[in-house]
Design a protein around this ligand. Structure first.
Ligand code: HEM
Length: 436
């Protein structure tokens, strides 16, 4: 059967000029739901006309992609190339495969053991400064994860230089979603390009020392990483990858920690359970070997990633003519999938709006109902290379937090959040910490 032509894919026009952009920015789940009414293949206009493919089969079709139908470079280029040139996420094969093989070396078990060991004291040092009482916790979590990055990614001691790097780093991230895409002062893209230059200078200065002696930080690990045939990154590639890795790791992990803290503050029964588990472990700082023992914390982390996936949608561009759901998708078409939509499908999840970590327990395993039902870390060739790293950061932070404080929000509080570009609370998430 021949597929139906592209221009007969249902089109949701949205508002004049801006299309569905305001709706997408306000609430990407609600936006996807309004598309779903027209089927699982729908055209709409956000930044430009995109075909949204909905549901687990669509996710598999786009991400698993054995046929090479989709380009990740085509999907991401517009957003990240100005400040993150050379990013692995915006590469296609064969370059992607080559870079990924080498990068994998920086995520091997022996390296991960040292990253976790280095994180523990940073977390303890930062939390020593948190006082019982009211605390707007999102900026504190952001500052904590930046400090972890300075130490674990760069091997830096905390202080003025790490602060300078952290500020530059925040500017590069903000630029990636700037609405004005040209580097015109004083706008975000201009600040981002300037900040990138500062980061490049900072890393280039340190590169010879990182190459000379292998140390525990990710920067040095990238310098020494080798592919299967001994291939390694050039200096320029190490710098590009470092800057991208910091951005890929930072906001996503900050977002996950924030939404998890929120969920636990709203569900004290789960907070108590996880605290009891943390206390039973009888160690102040977790090591890599302890992580599999945090089983219920893992369910809770998965559940907050299901409800608030930091990347609510994933972009691609059709690299060749293909078809899905009976419709033609011509080469060059911008295509998007929506993890947040799949994560709330009642056909997959029981009571999808309920915080229910046990749905990830082996007895229920709702996430296994389809290989692409649960995709906070994407899937296929570009599956997040840092997903174990994220686990390795979120669990030790939560472990220490739960052992030190009880976290509360007022009865009936609902976190006002923005989900695009990355889930974060609009009010900074005001909580009260009670010392234990
Ligand atoms: C909870 C935290 C995180 C979430 C939710 C997350 C999510 C994702 C997603 C959805 C993708 C796939 C994008 C696509 O297919 O277009 C991705 C890719 C990637 N992530 Fe993560 N990420 C997280 C943490 C991290 C960390 C900690 C690192 C590094 C230490 C990292 C490094 C990367 C890299 C390098 C890629 C690109 C991989 C490739 O193109 O081969 N991420 N991430």
């Amino acid at each position: 059967m021949t597929a139906i032509p592209y221009d007969r894919i249902p089109l949701v026009k949205g508002l004049p000029l801006v299309g569905n952009l305001p709706k997408f920015l306000r609430d990407p789940l609600d936006n996807a739901r309004s598309l779903e009414v027209h089927g699982n293949v729908v055209r709409s206009r956000t930044f430009f006309e995109t075909v949204t493919l909905l549901g687990p089969e669509a996710n598999q079709f786009v991400l698993h992609d054995r046929e090479g139908n989709f380009s990740s470079r085509g999907g991401w280029y517009y957003w990240i190339d100005a400040v993150f040139p050379g990013a692995i996420m915006a590469m296609d094969d064969p370059a992607h495969r080559h870079h990924r093989r080498i990068m994998q070396g920086a995520f091997k078990r022996s390296a991960m053991e040292r990253y976790v060991a280095d994180m523990g004291p940073v977390i303890a040092g930062v939390m020593d400064g948190w006082r019982p009482g009211p605390l707007t916790i999102f900026p504190q979590i952001k500052s904590l994860t930046l400090n972890i990055a300075a130490r674990v990614f760069m091997g830096m001691a905390l202080g003025a230089e790490a602060d300078r790097m952290n500020r530059a780093f925040i500017d590069t991230v903000e630029a990636s979603l700037a609405l004005i895409r040209r580097p015109v002062p004083p706008f975000a893209m201009w600040r981002g390009v300037r900040a990138r230059n500062l980061l490049v200078g900072l890393m280039r200065e340190r590169l010879p020392a990182k190459r000379a002696t292998e140390s525990a930080d990710l920067f040095s690990q990238l310098c020494h990483a080798r592919g299967e045939d001994g291939e390694r990154f050039s200096d320029a590639e190490v710098v590009d990858h470092m800057i991208f890795l910091m951005m890929a790791a930072h906001d996503t992990t900050t977002s996950t920690l924030t939404t998890l803290v929120y969920c636990l503050a709203r569900h004290p029964e789960w907070q108590d359970r996880l605290r009891a588990d943390a206390q039973a472990l009888e160690t102040e700082q977790l090591g890599l070997a302890d992580l599999p023992r945090c089983e219920r914390l893992e369910w809770a982390m998965k559940e907050s990633l299901r409800m608030y996936p930091p990347l609510t949608s994933i972009p691609r561009k059709a690299a060749r003519d293909c078809s899905f759901g009976g419709f033609q998708i011509p080469k060059g078409t911008p295509v998007g999938i929506s993890p947040i939509h799949t994560h709330h499908m009642p056909q997959i999840w029981t009571d999808p709006h309920r915080f229910d970590p046990e749905r990830f327990s082996p007895a229920r395993a709702e996430h296994k109902r389809h290989a692409y039902a649960y995709l906070p870390f994407g899937g296929g060739a570009h599956l997040c290379i840092g997903q174990h790293f994220a686990d390795m950061e979120v669990k030790p932070v939560m472990h220490q937090l739960l052992r030190r404080f009880r976290i509360t929000v007022p009865e009936g509080y609902r976190m006002p959040y923005q989900l695009v570009p990355i889930a974060k609370p609009k009010d900074g998430l005001p909580v009260v910490l009670q010392a234990l």
